[in-house]
Design a protein around this ligand. Structure first.
Ligand SMILES: CCCCCCCC/C=C\CCCCCCCCCCC/C=C/C(=O)SCCNC(=O)CCNC(=O)[C@H](O)C(C)(C)COP(=O)(O)OP(=O)(O)OC[C@H]1O[C@@H](n2cnc3c(N)ncnc32)[C@H](O)[C@@H]1OP(=O)(O)O
Ligand SMILES: Cc1cc2nc3c(=O)[nH]c(=O)nc-3n(C[C@H](O)[C@H](O)[C@H](O)COP(=O)(O)OP(=O)(O)OC[C@H]3O[C@@H](n4cnc5c(N)ncnc54)[C@H](O)[C@@H]3O)c2cc1C
Length: 661
């Protein structure tokens, strides 16, 4: 049964919920990977709803940027006091969840503290360094951020300019920002809130540059919060979204930190100026891989937010007629609306399933690396590079479709979809700009094909083994695995096409870099198809592992939406494989699958179990009582505090009066 049904709800939504064929709590357990986590999310939402001081002081769209930062800080401080009684402090998921519930998605002063500041200390700091800083950070006696990107360079880490020069005589590193372009730029919470930072700077010992390394750097006085001498720091100004966060700039002028402040679990600088290399050249990049490994789940949830709003609203919005001219139809009954929304529901589920998988893979890699085995790093880097790029892009597309699916009201901030969009598409840029990351995956694909060309196919990892296969005929009556083969065909032919283009250009005498650049559009296409194949196969495997038969049935229906939509979407890449009759068959299967999933649409989004507080959307309210609340929301807009504004008395009225003369 749908657990969201309550008396007083909009009857159209109740009707939808009654038509659902499965238990939404059971589905939530599948979405969040365990009944325990799903249950904890509900309990935390419930507990938060009973604490008046944690409620929004007013709707976020009515707040200025300063008010958002103040509100985020106020709630962070209260949460810090209340957290021990509300969540399991060792659970990262519960910590992220409660902050999002209470503060929302627009960012807050501690957003990066948990995800980008503490993890590098925990994974790249020595035991002594962890003893010194980890407890303080966890107790929030200090607030941290992660300062890597510079005004002049973000994607190309080799060109970072900030230096940390070892001074043997004082046993200190001297930090400098030698140029305007070397100012750190963008780090979240740096602008006004953080007093410590992980700073990525070029390590220079005996005039030799060993490249970017992480340093633990105090930025502000712990008593006065004033910037320390030698530090220039401030906020970079308003952004497209995330305006509850104070992204900042940072410059150093001969700023000294002790030798012990370089994070030295992997690379080391000895007191006499010796440099000990890390076990893998890119181990310092592992904090980024960690964040990327979580992005599929985070983005899937952003998409889930937008879809919860759009699907619920589409069930109460009546517009136009089908057969019955006596009553307008729910817009959710239009095939175009279903085609706009249902494939995105399937993607949101698929992204979350993939996200749990990459989080698990990262956790395993972390254990391996701590035991000295770095062999899995390249695979996970390639996978998460592609996944963050495809998922963020498709999430952005899905959220924008959800907005348009809400018509005019979707454009109002009362829907909150534009804010979700702004926040989510930040992910196309942060943690590695999407094109740049697709090209990282492409390197891996090209190398894999070169292995096949060199007769070493058996050395290929399981994720790229399909590149060596030779599929030329498909029987489409067999279900998901046949669709997977279609996708493998598309990904494989594009990967070979792109590689051969690159090789041909090389063979024509072009430099490696130029040939790569001229093949790069084809290479990024190969990366996208490879990643979409991974998403599809993870979705199929995940559904296959579900035990509850009612849940499995609806997930198979959702999977059918996914596989038929995805194959139609890549039609151009499978022209050599599928006949036009087969394409027509798939198209029809897609339309049938939209109808099949229709009665469960509301229950599928209800299963994300995103509370009204977290959703912050008038259109997406659980009870579906949208119109009266839209009117209330508009009346509460600060512009309506007075009937006659100064803009009128000062300018418009005199203008009109003058025109009358
Ligand atoms: C349990 C689930 C619940 C989760 C959900 C919770 C629910 C709550 C939901 C929502 C929560 C909401 C929370 C949202 C919060 C959002 C907060 C937003 C915060 C945003 C924070 C942003 C931070 C940042 O952006 S930090 C800065 C990031 N910067 C970058 O990413 C820079 C990108 N550039 C690079 O990484 C590198 O420059 C590069 C990789 C592109 C190139 O590096 P380079 O050294 O030049 O290397 P290259 O020559 O290209 O390659 C050489 C070889 O090295 C290999 N390689 C590269 N990197 C790695 C690596 N990391 N690991 C392994 N190997 C690597 C590369 O492949 C080459 O190999 P080859 O063999 O030679 O080909
Ligand atoms: C919301 C948000 C939060 C952020 N938070 C942080 C933070 O906490 N800490 C931090 O350190 N940074 C942070 N950043 C910065 C972020 O990591 C960088 O903006 C990102 O890595 C992209 O780098 P860039 O801005 O230099 O883009 P650029 O590299 O300048 O990209 C511009 C264009 O050039 C293209 N391009 C660049 N290189 C190549 C290439 N080799 N081949 C092909 N095309 C290329 C890109 O595809 C893009 O189209 C944040 C950014 C945002 C938007």
């Amino acid at each position: 049964m749908n657990q969201s049904i309550k008396p007083g709800d909009n009857p159209d939504l109740t009707e939808e919920r009654l038509s659902g064929t499965f238990d939404t709590n059971s589905m939530a357990a599948v979405i969040y990977g365990s009944d325990k986590l799903a249950q904890r999310r509900r309990e935390i939402s419930e507990a938060v709803s009973r604490i008046p001081e944690l409620q929004d002081s007013k709707p976020c769209p009515f707040m200025t940027r300063e008010e958002k930062i103040l509100e985020g800080s106020r709630k962070s401080a209260i949460l810090n006091r209340l957290l021990p009684g509300l969540i399991d402090l060792d659970s990262f998921e519960e910590t992220v969840f409660i902050h999002q519930e209470v503060i929302g998605i627009e960012g807050h002063p501690l957003a990066l503290h948990e995800s980008l500041f503490i993890p590098p200390i925990a994974t790249q700091g020595t035991d002594e360094q962890q003893k010194k800083w980890l407890g303080r950070a966890q107790r929030r006696e200090i607030i941290g951020c992660y300062a890597q990107t510079e005004l002049g360079h973000g994607s190309n880490l080799r060109a970072l300019e900030t230096t940390a020069t070892f001074d043997i005589s004082s046993q200190e590193f001297i930090l400098n920002s030698p140029t305007i372009t070397s100012l750190k730029w963008w780090p979240g919470a740096l602008g006004k809130s953080a007093n410590w930072s992980i700073v990525i700077a070029n390590l220079i010992v005996h005039d030799k540059n060993h490249g970017p390394h992480p340093f633990m750097v105090q930025l502000r006085d712990e008593k006065s919060h004033e910037p320390l001498p030698g530090i220039t720091v401030g906020d970079i100004g308003p952004k497209m979204a995330f305006n509850g966060a104070d992204n900042g700039f940072l410059g150093f002028e001969n700023y000294r930190i002790p030798r012990e402040n370089m994070l030295m679990r992997h690379s080391k600088v000895t007191p006499d100026g010796g440099y000990i290399r890390p076990p893998h050249a890119k181990i310092g990049y592992s904090g980024m891989v960690r964040v990327r490994s979580r992005m599929a789940a985070e983005q899937g949830l952003f998409l889930a937010h937008a879809l919860t709003i759009a699907v619920r609203y589409s069930a109460i919005r009546r517009q136009g007629y089908l057969e019955d001219r006596s009553r307008e139809v729910k817009v959710l009954d239009y095939q175009t609306q279903q085609h706009r929304l249902f494939p995105s529901i399937a993607r949101a589920y698929a992204f979350i399933f993939c996200g749990f998988e990459t989080i698990r893979l990262y956790d395993q890699l972390l254990i391996d690396v701590q035991n000295g085995n770095t062999s899995g790093m390249a695979d996970l880097h390639a996978l998460t590079s592609g996944l963050k790029s495809v998922v963020t892009h498709q999430t952005g597309e899905g959220i924008e479709q959800a907005r348009m699916a809400c018509g005019g009201h979707g454009y109002s901030m009362a829907s909150y979809i534009s804010e979700i969009y702004g926040v989510a598409i930040g992910g196309c840029t942060y943690e590695g700009e999407n094109m740049v990351m697709l090209l990282q995956l492409a390197r891996y694909l090209v190398k894999s094909i070169e292995m096949i060309q060199n007769g070493k196919s058996k050395n290929l990892g399981p994720m790229v083994a399909y590149l060596a296969a030779n599929e030329s005929e498909i029987d489409l009556n067999l279900g998901p695995n046949e669709y997977l083969k279609v996708f493998q065909y598309a990904a494989r032919s594009q990967a070979w096409r792109a590689t051969e283009k690159f090789q041909k250009l090389r063979n024509s005498g072009m430099s490696k870099e130029q040939a790569w650049n001229q093949a790069s559009v084809e290479l990024t296409r190969a990366s996208r198809l490879h990643t979409r194949l991974y998403i599809m196969s993870t979705f199929i495997n995940h559904v296959g592992s579900v035990v509850d038969q009612k849940i499995k049935k609806v997930l198979i229906d959702l999977l059918n939406v996914h596989i038929t939509y995805e194959v139609m979407d890549i039609g151009i890449y499978v022209q050599g494989l599928l006949s036009s009759d087969q394409m027509d068959l798939i198209r029809n299967q897609l339309y049938v699958s939209l109808e099949t999933i229709r009665p469960n649409a509301v229950s599928l989004v209800d299963s994300f179990q995103i509370s009204d507080m977290q959703l912050r959307s008038v259109l997406g309210r659980r009870d579906g009582n949208v119109y009266e609340n839209l009117f209330k929301w508009a009346k509460s807009c600060p512009l309506n505090d007075k009937d006659v504004l100064e803009s009128v008395t000062k300018y418009l009225k005199p203008m009109m009066d003058k025109s009358k003369l």
